[in-house]
Write a protein that binds this ligand. Structure first.
Ligand SMILES: Cc1cc2nc3c(=O)[nH]c(=O)nc-3n(C[C@H](O)[C@H](O)[C@H](O)COP(=O)(O)OP(=O)(O)OC[C@H]3O[C@@H](n4cnc5c(N)ncnc54)[C@H](O)[C@@H]3O)c2cc1C
Length: 331
């Protein structure tokens, strides 16, 4: 009896048909599903919120979402960002993806630190240091380059459709623990936890290092929507163009442990004022009010950078899934 159980658990579903289970259908879960499906894996995503939804517990619906190099990250993390850039650049050829190529200008208030975002010049195109006459006098230096922006309102539904077309399956369901997931898929051997903030409350994860960080954006309708502005430093502010939606997203606020879904108009007014100081050509001072035997891979906690890391992380996860399944097959 024990032996037959063991045999059944291990071999009933052969490798080729075994499903990789992803908890979470935000940009991380979906990018990973796409990557795995393109490499022949069978994939199911289980999530409370799915592409196209909007909820405070679904960060991927709200991002800016610009690709700009992060400062203070490791060599591996830089490579994840670089791979993401490569994937997005290809996607930008299809307007349905919601990805566009735009010009960018980044201004710094202080000398760049040794591990600053300037490493991104190896990834983006047309990078050049700005001459002091080209940026406002209150900044220390500035860079211009071409980069990529993703419109989540288009990209997430696009990704959802691609996953389904590749044979992936979505199950809308909230689970209380990873164990619940293991019971739903007794034959699966590889599980990916891409539940974002969910990892704080899942009964068998309860990762205390996870915390919510509230951002709030203002969408401004304008035809001047081809240049990204990013202010690094005290007045962290961005103006992210959405050429496909004829507008820009203004923002630059991070509030730790705030989960309020209410729009804070004081923050919105402050963001508009800061964006006006950063890019007066685009943002008027007073715009209209358009306002066991399992392998568990953890893929959550991307803070303000989930889109910039997404496809690179997906690529890394693909390799980890392949390694894990290789260990399962070559016993
Ligand atoms: C205002 C704002 C601006 C941003 N700008 C940028 C930017 O310019 N560039 C950038 O790279 N990033 C940006 N980000 C960050 C980016 O949005 C996040 O890093 C990214 O969306 C995180 O994706 P995720 O897939 O990890 O999590 P999420 O999108 O939160 O997805 C989590 C998934 O897990 C599911 N889930 C969780 N718990 C459970 C459970 N118990 N049972 C079932 N399902 C569960 C959810 O339903 C959901 O499907 C911004 C974020 C905000 C808020």
């Amino acid at each position: 009896m024990g032996e037959s159980n063991r045999v059944r658990n291990t071999f009933e579903v052969p490798f080729a048909q075994r499903t990789v289970v992803i908890l979470g259908a935000g940009i991380i879960g979906c990018a990973t599903a796409r990557q795995l499906l393109q490499h022949g894996f069978s994939v199911v995503l289980v999530a409370e919120f799915l592409p196209g939804d909007q909820d405070i517990y679904y960060a991927s619906a709200w991002a800016g979402a610009a690709w700009h190099a992060a400062g203070g990250i490791t060599a591996d993390q830089r490579y994840y960002q670089a791979v993401t850039h490569r994937v997005l650049l290809k996607m930008a050829q299809d307007p349905e993806s919601g990805v566009s190529v735009v010009d960018a200008r980044e201004y710094l208030e202080q000398e760049p630190a040794p591990d600053s975002a300037v490493w991104g010049k190896t990834v983006v195109s047309k990078f050049r240091e700005l001459d002091p006459t080209e940026y406002p006098s209150n900044f220390n230096c500035g860079w211009a380059y071409r980069t990529l922006v993703t419109d989540p309102t288009r990209h997430m539904p696009y990704l959802g459709k691609r996953i389904t077309a590749l044979g992936g399956k979505f199950i809308r369901r909230r689970v209380e623990s990873l164990h619940e997931l293991y019971e739903m898929f007794p034959d699966s051997r590889v599980f990916i936890n891409a539940s974002g903030l969910g990892s704080k409350t899942l009964a068998d994860v309860q990762d205390d290092r996870c915390f919510p960080e509230r951002g709030q954006n203002v969408f401004l309708r304008t035809h001047r929507c081809n240049t990204l502005y990013f202010r690094n430093g005290k007045e962290y502010t961005y103006v992210i163009p959405r050429p496909l939606s004829q507008g820009v997203v203004l923002g630059g606020v991070k509030e730790r442990d705030n989960l309020s879904p209410e729009v804070d108009l004081d923050i919105a007014r402050d963001e508009i004022a800061r964006a006006h100081r950063l890019a007066p050509d685009i943002v008027p001072e007073h715009p209209a009010d358009d306002v066991g035997c399992r392998t568990l891979l953890s893929a959550y906690g991307f803070g303000g950078g989930g889109y910039a890391f997404s496809y690179g992380v997906a690529d890394a996860l693909l390799k980890m899934v392949e390694q894990a399944e290789r260990r399962n097959v070559i016993v």
